[in-house]
Every structure is written in structure tokens, then in C-alpha cells.
Design a protein around this ligand. Structure first.
Ligand SMILES: Cc1cc2nc3c(=O)[nH]c(=O)nc-3n(C[C@H](O)[C@H](O)[C@H](O)COP(=O)(O)OP(=O)(O)OC[C@H]3O[C@@H](n4cnc5c(N)ncnc54)[C@H](O)[C@@H]3O)c2cc1C
Length: 384
């Protein structure tokens, strides 16, 4: 990865070199901005390194989160063109987009009843979902256990490979003129009055910038220097996953298989991601025996062949979650030059194309959708 310690001014500083920060940096550079990405580790070392990469607005849909659903559907529609452009702009790097669809599977009567409620809800929202009896589901995915009770076929939910995506974004950004400084932590955002001046790095040096995009994932609300009125609550939600490989090659599963408490995502090359726990444990990223046990126990009930797979890796990461689960995008009302691109929780890979478009436009002065503005979390007492 490129290391740069000389650039000390930029039009735009992006804090955080994950899927979101790099997508925004790439789009901003395409609009002619001099962009500096500052990443305290390696590019993509945060949640983006752990993510399964499902592009799943339909299975993730929640009736209480309609703005998020619309953003997810919009971003899912953007994904094929985003992947093709990224591949071309990176000199041919593949981002592992697979338009494979998903099956949501119930293992007992209670789960089947819950699936029927999910089906009704999605039909009300005009989303494409098909009810499948066990025999029909097993014709599509013969590796499913004969004991399954019901399945939903969700043909529009797909998957990309987040690590490949980050690598392609790093290359495309570099080619577009973005400078990435890795191993450099932003210690403080510097404001003069209610205006951004730049950022102070851990080594003490100062980078002047007219605009600062905060894309630091679950750590975004922790960076000192902003007035309290400009910030909001962001909490880390821990997720553990396993990366598995079938020594017999691809073919165990074609589609994503989702179930109560987890999912199995096929990469198409005989590799699978089994995820993910949802845990409120602060910034802890230890992988635990209990977390892995639960994932394997639940998955093996539905896809017994999972127990034959080789464990290649176990990992944990933290999702950046806002109080309403939707991201915070666009310019701050309180600090001129401060722009948010954070809070993507379970859907940062899905939402990267739409986020990059919205945030790059916000850098050019366009208003981001009000549903995603930081002001929705305004702390009255801070303003007072
Ligand atoms: C187990 C798991 C499974 C997931 N599965 C999916 C999925 O299937 N589909 C999907 O769409 N999403 C998924 N997600 C969510 C997705 O990973 C996140 O929403 C997305 O990665 C957020 O990207 P980001 O760039 O905002 O954050 P990150 O990838 O966390 O990047 C933030 C970066 O900021 C850097 N940083 C932090 N503070 C500073 C600082 N002060 N100075 C410099 N750099 C700093 C960090 O080092 C990090 O690299 C999953 C997440 C987890 C944990």
C-alpha cells in the first residue's frame, strides 16, 4: 500500500481507509479534488476486513427503517456498474460480485411462522420474495437438510468480496490521484471557530484541509476536537465470523443461505463465510469459543455439509451503529467543512456506492438526504 508522509495539505482529508472512506475518496478525486486518506492501520483493516459482503437490502429490510431500505435498494442497483467501473479503473481487479440470490430458511414451526410474517411484510413493501416448500428449496440447494420447514427465495440479494473491493478501491484511488497515508492516526480534528482547519496526527504534524470527511467506522464519534453539538452517539456492534473452504471445490451452495442467527455466504470458488454474531461488547474483537460454536451449531442444522469444510480463518470486527441503524451522511450543520460518512452498521459494503455518490456531491455543496443528516440526532442540551 502507498505510504506518504510528505503531503501536508489537501482539499479533502478522509479519516479512515475502509470501504467507505476509500469509496468516497475515489469519487471525490474523480470530481477533481486533491484527496488525502489517513488510515491508522492498513487500508481496509477495520470492519471492512471482516465483512461477509452481502448486498442484501431485501433480507435486511425492516418496516421501521424505510429510508435505510430505499438507500439500500438504490445502492444495490448501483452495484453492478460500480463493480464494473472499479474493475476498469483499477486495471482489471475483480471485486467478486456474484449475483446469486439468497434463501432464508426456517428449521422449525416457530421459525416458519416468523418467515411467513417476513414474507407478508416484504410483499407489502413490494419486494420480490417467493415462498418455497422444503422440497422446492432443496431442489435449488440440495445441501439443505431434509428437516427444514420452509424457505423464502430472495432473488435480488447478492454478494461482493469486501477485501477484493478494498484492494480495487485502493488501486483505483491511487490512479485517480488520491494519496493514502497508512500507519497514521488522526489524533484530533482542528477547528477554528465553527470551521474546519485540518487534522492533527498522532506524531504531532498538522494537515491543513478545507474539508474533512469522517469515515472512521465505529471510531468516528471518538475523534476529539469537534464541538459536542456536532457529534452523535455511535456504538460498536461486535461480529464474529469464520472463513471456510471446501477441499472438494465449489458447489456445496450456490446461493446465500440465511437463518435465524446467521448466514452462509458462498464466494463461488469453494470458499464460504459463516457469520455473524451480534454482540454489544464495546470495542472487544476477541474471537470466542462460544461465538464460533453457536454459528457452527446453527449452520450445521441447516447445511450439514458445513462440518466437512476446512477452517481457514476466524475473525471479529465492530460495526458502526447509530441509534436508528441508518448511516450519517453529508455536511455538518455545526462545523463548516465537516462531512460525515459513517454509521453503516450491518450494510457498509452494500451502501458504499450510494454513500460515495452522496458524500462526493456533499463535498461540492449538494444537500444530502435529510433522513441521513447528523442533525437528526441533535443533542438539545449540547445546543443549549
Ligand atoms: C462480522 C461482520 C459482517 C458484516 N457483513 C456485512 C455484509 O455482509 N454486508 C455489508 O454490507 N456490510 C457488512 N458488515 C458491515 C460492514 O463491514 C461495515 O458497515 C463497513 O465495513 C463499514 O466501513 P467503514 O469504512 O465505515 O469502516 P471500517 O472498515 O471499520 O473502516 C474505518 C477505518 O478507520 C480507521 N480509523 C479509525 N480511527 C482512525 C483515526 N483516528 N485515524 C485514522 N484512521 C482511523 C480504522 O483503522 C479503519 O480502517 C459486516 C460487519 C461485520 C463486523
Amino acid at each position: 500500500m502507498p505510504q506518504d508522509t510528505t503531503a501536508r495539505t489537501a482539499d479533502v482529508v478522509v479519516i479512515g481507509g475502509g470501504a467507505i472512506g476509500l469509496s468516497v475518496a475515489w469519487r471525490a478525486a474523480q470530481r477533481g479534488r486533491a484527496v488525502l486518506v489517513i488510515e491508522r492501520g492498513e487500508l481496509g483493516c477495520g470492519a471492512s476486513h471482516v465483512a461477509a459482503g452481502m448486498l442484501a437490502p431485501v433480507t435486511e429490510a425492516d418496516p421501521g427503517e424505510l429510508a435505510l431500505l430505499q438507500l439500500g435498494l438504490r445502492s444495490a442497483r448501483m452495484w453492478p456498474a460500480f463493480a464494473a467501473e472499479l474493475s476498469q479503473a483499477s486495471g482489471g481487479m475483480d471485486v467478486g460480485l456474484r449475483c446469486c440470490g439468497a434463501l432464508v430458511v426456517a428449521r422449525d414451526g416457530d421459525e416458519a411462522a416468523a418467515l411467513d410474517r417476513e414474507l407478508a411484510l416484504r410483499r407489502e413493501l413490494d419486494l420480490t420474495v417467493r415462498r418455497l416448500l422444503p422440497s422446492a428449496a432443496r431442489r435449488l440447494e440440495p445441501a439443505l437438510a431434509p428437516t427444514i420447514r420452509l424457505a423464502l427465495d430472495v432473488p435480488g440479494d447478492h454478494v461482493a468480496n469486501p477485501r477484493a473491493m478494498v484492494n480495487a478501491l485502493a488501486e483505483a484511488s491511487l490512479r485517480a490521484g488520491v494519496v493514502s497515508s497508512t500507519g497514521d492516526a488522526v489524533e484530533r480534528i482542528e477547528c477554528g471557530g465553527a470551521r474546519i482547519r485540518g487534522v492533527r496526527l498522532a506524531g504531532g504534524s498538522f494537515v491543513a484541509a478545507e474539508q474533512v470527511v469522517v469515515a472512521a467506522g465505529a471510531w468516528s464519534a471518538q475523534i476529539p476536537g469537534l464541538p459536542e453539538s456536532a457529534t452523535f452517539a455511535l456504538r460498536p456492534v461486535k461480529g464474529q465470523i469464520m472463513r471456510l473452504r471446501d477441499p472438494a471445490g465449489p458447489g456445496l451452495l450456490e446461493r446465500i443461505v440465511r437463518f435465524e442467527g446467521g448466514y452462509l455466504v458462498p464466494r463461488g470458488d469453494g470458499r464460504y463465510v459463516l457469520g455473524a454474531t451480534m454482540e454489544e461488547r464495546g470495542f472487544d474483537t476477541n474471537v470466542t469459543a462460544g461465538g464460533l460454536y453457536e454459528l457452527l451449531r446453527d449452520a450445521a442444522e441447516l447445511v450439514p455439509g458445513v462440518l466437512e469444510l476446512v477452517v481457514e480463518e476466524t475473525a471479529a470486527g465492530v460495526r458502526p451503529a447509530t441509534p436508528d441503524n441508518a448511516p450519517v451522511l453529508g455536511a455538518s450543520d455545526d462545523v463548516q467543512g465537516l462531512v460525515w460518512a459513517t454509521g453503516h452498521h450491518r450494510n457498509g459494503i452494500l451502501l458504499a456506492p450510494a454513500t460515495a455518490e452522496i458524500v462526493a456531491a456533499a463535498l461540492d455543496g449538494e444537500q444530502a438526504p435529510a433522513a441521513f443528516a447528523a442533525r437528526r440526532f441533535v443533542r438539545e442540551e449540547a445546543h443549549a
